[in-house]
Write a protein that binds this ligand. Structure first.
Ligand code: FAD
Length: 422
């Protein structure tokens, strides 16, 4: 059976490897870029290691995913660490999450936050993300942090966003922990999901990708964009050349629909209506610190997050050379300008970044779950199911997946194929 996988990111590679385990070996992976890894790529420049599209750390609640990953890149080759994340609140850094760091605010602000948190649940159940943030956190926390930060990262009207994607993605805080963090006067001890994580000792997240590619029994064709898919007599024809019995797509649904011949105008319109955000990253040298990353709700600064990739592994920086920071900005921006603007914000002198070493851009970074997405997605899925193209992965399924969930989904997809065709 000849299988084509579209995209050599985490999902495409995981699916290929799992199919190998189940006995499929006639696999071709088409990748548009010259470098494999998708969102999980790294680059080495002047001795600094950068994950191109924001620092990619690994952990998973799926034991089979963890075992599988550590069978490839051994556990000793990862640095296990505790997350030290902050929020730039006004002119200082406070602990993350905001609701458990209220003791770092003034007494009046903290009281306002607690009271609003407790009374928020008396409000009507929300039907959009903006109101959900108020419902879940109360007016004060929502307006001081949640809403401004979310307006930056989504760059979309929060009142036009749905809430059905939130489950499992947005940690729900509880009043007991809010009060405990205040009374025990310790915000950093709050239990948060993903409080610990692993990061490769050497080579950034690319080292995981590279080992996956080394192990896989498949032909990986890079610099090959899939732009045309046809189906003749139950065979799929990709870019007018190669014939396959099965296609598994991990590429963005918008582009997949565009490539498939003979689909209705209506479904094409629905795919084109799926909304997403792009991401620009600026890699900079900076002074040493112990922060994993921090969030910036302040709209005067374009960056919404700074991740200290130099702190994720000591091998990410040339020895004795301070640390490195990645500024993350939504959209296509001018990274030099963004870094200057970040530094101009005088109140954060000790966080200033030094010269930019490099920058990157990725078109598909975040899915925007607008109110119409579900309706569009249902029609698109129905159409692709009828056509017979399988989908697995973040933009292929239009789900807010992290790497481990992409792997889990790839396992499921490979399992389904095995049950059907073996
Ligand atoms: C800023 C940011 C930070 C993140 N941090 C973390 C983290 O710390 N931990 C974590 O677990 N997850 C993190 N994630 C999520 C993680 O990046 C994704 O879940 C995962 O990488 C998605 O993998 P994928 O293979 O499904 O998609 P992608 O990585 O998008 O891969 C799709 C591949 O298909 C290729 N492609 C696209 N179109 C075509 C075409 N027409 N023809 C051929 N090839 C094509 C692309 O070039 C790409 O290589 C983060 C995401 C972002 C945006």
């Amino acid at each position: 059976m000849k299988i084509a996988i579209l995209g050599a990111g985490i999902s495409g590679l995981s699916c290929g490897l799992k199919l190998n385990e189940f006995g499929f070996e006639d696999i071709t992976i088409f990748e548009q870029d010259s470098q494999i890894g998708g969102l999980a790529k790294s680059r080495i420049k002047n001795g600094y290691v950068f994950d191109l599209h924001g620092g990619h750390v690994f952990n998973s609640n799926f034991p089979d995913v963890k075992t599988w990953v550590f069978n490839m890149l051994k556990q000793k080759d990862w640095k296990f660490q505790t997350r030290n994340t902050k929020i730039l609140y006004g002119n200082r850094l406070i602990n993350y999450p905001f609701e458990y760091a209220l003791l770092e605010l003034s007494e009046d602000e903290a009281i306002e936050c607690v009271v609003d948190f407790i009374t928020a649940k008396n409000k009507p159940k929300p039907d959009n993300y903006y109101n959900w943030l108020i419902y879940a956190f109360g007016d004060a926390i929502a307006h001081k942090y949640m809403i401004p930060y979310n307006e930056k990262i989504w760059a979309y009207n929060l009142k036009k966003m749905s809430i059905d994607w939130i489950d499992g993605k947005m940690p729900i805080s509880n009043v007991k922990q809010i009060i405990a963090s205040l009374l025990k006067r310790n915000s950093s001890k709050a239990e948060i999901p993903h409080a610990t994580f692993y990061y490769p000792n050497k080579g950034g997240i690319q080292s995981l990708i590279n080992i996956m590619a080394k192990n896989i029994k498949a032909e990986i064709v890079t610099e090959c964009t899939v732009v045309d898919i046809d189906k003749i007599k139950r065979k799929f024809i990709i870019n007018g050349q190669d014939k396959f019995d099965l296609i598994i797509s991990t590429i963005c649904l918008r582009d997949l629909i565009e490539a498939v011949r003979g689909l209705s105008v209506s479904v094409r319109k629905k795919a084109a209506d799926l909304k997403y955000n792009s991401l620009t990253t600026a890699f900079c040298k900076c002074a040493k610190n112990d922060i994993s990353w921090f969030y910036i709700p302040d709209k005067k600064i374009r960056a919404h997050r700074v991740s200290y990739q130099g702190n994720l592994s000591s091998f990410n920086c040339p020895s004795g050379n301070g640390s490195s920071a990645t500024l993350e900005m939504i959209g296509m921006t001018d990274p030099e300008q963004d870094a200057k603007e970040f530094n101009r914000y005088r109140k954060i002198d000790n966080l200033k970044v030094r010269n930019i070493i490099d920058s990157a851009f990725v078109k598909y970074a975040y899915i925007i779950f607008d109110k119409g997405y579900k309706h569009n997605l249902d029609s698109i899925n129905k159409c692709l199911d009828n056509y017979g193209i399988l989908r697995t992965g973040r933009f292929a399924e239009w789900k807010y997946y992290n790497m481990d969930v992409c792997m889990k989904r790839a396992f499921d997809t490979a399992g389904d194929i095995t049950r059907k065709y073996k």
